[in-house]
Design a protein around this ligand. Sequence first.
Ligand SMILES: Cc1cc2nc3c(=O)[nH]c(=O)nc-3n(C[C@H](O)[C@H](O)[C@H](O)COP(=O)(O)OP(=O)(O)OC[C@H]3O[C@@H](n4cnc5c(N)ncnc54)[C@H](O)[C@@H]3O)c2cc1C
Length: 427
Amino acid sequence: MANTLYPESYYAASANAVPARPALQDDVETDVCVIGAGYTGLSSALFLLESGFRVTVLEAAKVGFGASGRNGGQIVNSYSRDIDVIERTVGPKQAQLLGHMAFEGSRIIRERVAKYNIQCDLKDGGVFAALSAKQMDHLESQKRLWERFGHTQLELLDQRRIREVVACDQYVGGMLDMSGGHIHPLNLALGEAAAVESLGGAIYEQSPAVRIERGANPVVHTPQGKVRAKFIIVAGNAYLGNLVSELAAKSMPCGTQVITTEPLGDELAKSLLPQDYCVEDCNYLLDYYRLTGDKRLIFGGGVVYGARDPANIEAIIRPKMLKAFPQLKDVKIDYAWTGNFLLTLSRLPQVGRLGDNIYYSQGCSGHGVTYTHLAGKVLAEALRGQAERFDAFADLPHYPFPGGQLLRTPFAALGAWYYGLRDKYGF
Ligand SMILES: Cc1cc2nc3c(=O)[nH]c(=O)nc-3n(C[C@H](O)[C@H](O)[C@H](O)COP(=O)(O)OP(=O)(O)OC[C@H]3O[C@@H](n4cnc5c(N)ncnc54)[C@H](O)[C@@H]3O)c2cc1C
């Protein structure tokens, strides 16, 4: 069987050492079979193990092979569509529940890092940077909105203050969230996997789930083995393919690209981001960046609808980086890679059950580092029979992309083109 390796990213090159994990070659029995060892799967596994369930995780490639091991590493609170949209769509009661959970994922990450002593370069502080007065107005109303749900650690930054935290003269202001921050995402996933194993959970790599036998006693088949479980959690997100046909119709994998500079040295790094906060701008097609532990700049942006891999990533992302930081014009790019996230039409996550015993969470549409950690907790609560918070997510309405799988890519690209024009011309 082919051995699927990590992409050649900065994260793979600087990953903490981990043991080789076997492929599944037997029939095993467990309480919960988790499909996918990204944050959704690992967070679910950890919460379930802590509650006394037996857990077996199947990973098609390697722990953190998907978005969880490739992302920008930005701990961004709330959801890709905000609580006011949720409130308008589903009413105040559900918005209350989801609004109060909107910052929980970042707390879960910090608890995990502390409890399991995970070495992942965790830093506090994330900045949303406004490129126009209209975006600044939006940040002001977003702060009021988040405060309504109890999230009060936010600080608006005027033009003078934002210059103190990021040496980029494009911004008119911003908002600092000290419960945001950044991590080495692959090392977080690897640390969580080690925590799963320390609690007796089993993780099989190079073990794709190729078929699910549904029913009262479901069975998950891999090429060389099978897992009999009481429950299944499907956590394959943008890499799931068509394993579960119901999940493919209402979501679309999209690629986004990241580059990493050579080490900048302390002085240059500090001149760009003196407090070492991470930054994302407020555009629909947003740019995001931060420093690594060894003082490189990681810069991400751009979306490829339908998740084709672009041929020359550096040619797409480097100009964006130089627009923000022209002072980096002579700096070399050491790594460039792409990864897939899963978009839904509403940009809200898709959560639910198939029958009584197959659970899923997917499609957080871009911002997923915190949400996926929360999702693991909420899924574990549901399996324990406490489904109120799970149902608040599961009741969010979702619609198929117009045109089905054939036309969803051009449709979404058209939508993004429109939003790109809005970002550019401010209408
Ligand atoms: C380049 C990039 C940058 C991003 N930057 C940020 C950021 O800075 N901040 C932020 O909040 N979010 C960011 N995101 C989004 C975030 O990374 C994702 O939302 C999140 O990691 C999704 O986690 P997941 O566990 O649901 O999916 P994934 O991490 O993709 O994990 C799914 C796993 O399931 C496995 N799998 C799939 N099918 C099967 C199968 N049949 N059998 C077994 N295993 C299977 C895959 O191999 C994969 O390892 C970014 C995403 C990308 C791609």
